[in-house]
Structure formats: structure tokens, C-alpha cells
Ligand binder design. Sequence first.
Ligand code: AGP
Length: 606
Amino acid sequence: MCGIVGYIGKRDATPILMEGLHRLEYRGYDSAGLAVARNEKLQVIKTKGKVRDLERILPERIKGMTGIAHTRWATHGEPSDRNAHPHTDTSERFAIVHNGIIENAASLRTKLEASGVTFRSETDSEVIAHLLAASPADTLEDSLRSVLRLVTGTYGIAVLDAQRPESIVIARNGSPVVIGIGDREMFVASDPAALVRHTQSVVHLDDGELAVVRADGYETSTLDGGATAKTPLTIPWTDESFDKGEFSHYMRKEIAEQPDAIRRTLSGRLEPRFQTTHIGGLEMAARELLEVKRIKILGCGSAYIAGSLGAHLIEQLARLPASAEPASEFRYRNPVIEQDTLYIAVSQSGETFDTLAAVQEVKRKGGRVLGIVNVVGSTIARECARGIYLHAGPEIAVVSTKTFTSTVVAFALLAVHLGRLKDLSTAQGARLLAALQALPDQVATILNQEARIATLAQRFARHENAYFVGRAAGFPIAMEGALKLKEISYLHAEAYPASELKHGPLALISPETPTVIVMPRDDLYAKNLSTIEEIRARSGPTFVITQPGDPLPMPVDAVIEVPKSEAVLDPLLLNIPLQLLAYHVALARGRNIDQPRNLAKSVTVE
Ligand code: AGP
């Protein structure tokens, strides 16, 4: 998705903007550009393609101490040089970079054209630059306020006035913008990743806020002009956490980081004295938690799938009815919000538009929402007010791996906590705590099987279609395995509950369609053996992910074994080989693993 970077201070802005753009590349984009103010003029360079393409065409002479830059992910108008941001007004005095969608751009454009303005792009964003030029207001902030009163839609926006380069003005409605506080210099970004090299002290704008950012400070206000008070937040990530290190892909690095990520998610949250867990951000006393009659979990993509495992954990350990639902659909079915239901929003980035909209729908109807989020200070984290941070560290690859695992761990912490308030015994609590502590080492042993999984991936990579099946909590793992594979290898992969195979998909099983069977050695093991027989009877290749035990009673194409944990935690371990499988299939197929086509790390538009 689109990214914004801005700088104002005493240094040359261009290298800082370029480095910020590089930091935002992981979000997915199709063009890039920057504008720097100098001697009351704007210098604007932009191009279709990658940040390195922009670097190639960047003239030496582009100098100045105030600038804004952008990576664009096309919504209105194809990816092209002229549609890339920044956009300027006709006189090239105002430059704007914009994330989001201006919904009434067409009618504003018609009016501007009628007044003689010639547009140079097909974007919705360009109207903002022309409206700024037409504003009679005295200051840039008042001009922007008047323009934003005319537009409907979503925006994270940064504006530069060549004639008054002593400030950058930013505003937010539905698309994040943060200010990074430096030493007599300030940074602006849509994602703290772009400024963490320079500062860890940030201020997040809220929807409906605007800020004037100068080298020596900033002022925030509402769109009506009333001052707002903001407290800077410290981002717990450093520049090093964004390095790829020895790995050739961020995804591979993040898979390898899982033992540490789990340790961080657990850190300080286990209470062996009472065989329970302690979750600081929950902010609900035992009595309040006991009044909860149901749990509804909302998230998108992998966050939804992790939520499905969370529901399973809560039902099993706390015996509370719990279910997960894609957040992207939630608001459209006019959901009934119940007072005795606890809603949980799951989002790695904390910026997913659909999840945020679901949170707002619950809150608007008086419901309580808890967030399970990785990015500290992100919009969903702030909107939920109470919640569990994953502390998994930054996840750069578009696909979720370590944050999926940490989310399941966070749900396990919550489920143990709720369970121990109810019927979970001290012995069960102690066993679960021990199992949680064992997870990092168990994940590490699975990662040691990478060479075998890579060999298997070579065979898998020859196919164009695959099924992933599982039962009970094995089904969400099948879903996650299929999602990961399709996202990065572009191989068509579908997940089914194993029990549903004979109700339709069996028609497609053939020697050309491998099936991955997720089958812990649980009560459903025998049923999964029957599933394997059904597939083998149609000559379908079978790849089994299971746990150590008696040899399978029939030949299969491959078996990967993972260590046994407590039954409710087994799915987490069964998922790890599927991450490696997806990675190596994508590698064998020569895909762009960290930035798969058409996908963005955080989907901040509807
Ligand atoms: C996962 O591999 C995907 N990239 C995607 O499904 C993702 O989980 C989803 O977009 C939700 O993102 P979030 O966790 O940042 O809200």
C-alpha cells in the first residue's frame, strides 16, 4: 500500500527521504517520487517502478532541507510516471503526497477543470494540490483545512509549500500518519518503519487531526482548528530489527526468528506460582471476565485464521463459546453486538482497514473490544485501548509467519488465564505453562528439518493445484498452509476440512493434485487415516504433517513429524513445516517471496 515520508531540518532531505522510501518498500507499491523545496521552488522527481528506479533518475542538484516523498500503490489510474506522487498545482507551488481514496474526486475535478485547471494525472489525489492553490487562506494549515472540508474519503496526507518551506502540514482521516521527533529536525511517515533509523519517539495523529511540523517542533489540532494534546510514544524497534541479516529473504528470517518471538510474547506473562498467566493490557478484573459469556474474534487473512485457533483454545481451556469471523465481512451483515460478549480484534500491523472498521462497528454499538496487535501504537491498538501486544518484532515480509505464531501464543495466554478463572485445574495450568515454555525449542527443532522440507518442496513445485486438509484445529492450519502457499508461490491451493473432501473436492483428486494432510496423533487420527485412503484410491499424492508414533499403515509420498505438545498447542507446531514448504516452493518457482504480486503488507484501504 502507499507510503509517505517527510523530512524537515538542517540536513539534506533527499537521502533521508530515499532511505525512508526504501524502508517502506515492503508494503508493496508500483511507483515512487519525491518533492524538495529550495529557493521558493519545488524540485519534483517521480517514476513508475521501484525506489531504485527513482534513485537512478535522481539529479545531483536536487537539494533542500524540507521534502516529502511517496510510494504509490495504484487505485485511481494505472501505475505510471504521471500518476506517481507527489502531485503539484499548476504553478508548482504546492506538492502533496496522499494515501487513501478521495471519493468525490470526480466531481471536484470537473469543477476545477471548469475553472481552467488542466490535470496532469488520472489520480484522485491531484485535486488536493489544485484546491490548495485555489484556497484564499493565509496559512498552509488553514488552506489544507479548507480543502479537507471539501473532500470526502480517506487520507493520510503531507503537504509542502515551496514559498513557505519552514513547515510540512499533515492530516489524517482513515490512513495513518506519524510524526518522528528528532533533535532540531522532524520526520513524517505513514509507517514508523520509515523513521526508526532516526528516532524512536513518535506521535500518531488520530482521525480528524492535522499537524504543522517544523524543524523545532509540531502543533496538532482538529480540522476545526482546536488544539489537541499529544503524548509521544517510544517505538520498541530499532533500525537493526529491520535488517535482513544473513538471510536472503525477510520471510526466511522471520520464520527463523520464531523461537525468539514466542519467548518475547511469553515474557513476563507466565505466573507459575498460581499456574496461570498474567496479561497486563487486559485491564479486566476476574469478576468482569467471568461475566463474559461469549468471545467473538475478528481479523483478516492470517489474523482471522490465527483467531480461529484462538477460538479453539478458548473453547477448550475456558469452556466459553468462541468463534472467529473475517473482519472484512463483519460490518456488512449488521451484526448484533452483545453486552456479554468480548470481541477480540487481531491484526499484526494494527492498520488493516477492514479490521479497524469492524472494531469501530462493535464500539459504536456499545461492545467491548480487546486488541491482539503487533505494532505498538498502531491505529487498532489505540482504538481498542485494551489488549495484548505480541512483541514479535517487526514483520517485513508481506506474508505473516512469526506474527501468526505469536498471535496463537497470545491466545493461549488468554485461554489459560480465562480457564484458570473457571474449571482449569492447577495441574492442567502447570502443564500448559510448561508446554508454552517448551515451544521455542520445539519450533527450533522443526526448523532443523528445513533440508528435508526443501526437497519435498521441489516435488510440490511441479504442480499447479494443491489441497490442504485437517480436522478440528487442524483445519485452520490447513487454511494457513494453503494461504501461505498461494500468496508467495502463486500455486492454486485450497483448504478443506478433511471430513468435507468426499462432499465435492474429491472429484479433483488426481496424480496432478497433491494433498497435505495435517494430522496430529489425536482422537481424530484414525479418521485422518481414512482420508489418506480416500485420496490414495484416486492416485492423489499425499504429504502428511504429523507427530512421532507408529508408522503409518499405508504408503504416503512424504511424512514430516513435529514434536508433541499439549493437544491445544499442537496446531502451532504443525504449522511451522507448512511455512517452510511455502517458502521453498516459492523459491523453486523463482517468485518474489517478500513482495508477492498484487499484495501489500497492510491493507489500509477498503
Ligand atoms: C498473511 O500472510 C497475509 N499477508 C494477510 O492475510 C494478512 O494476515 C492480513 O492482511 C491481515 O493483516 P494484519 O494482521 O496486519 O491485520
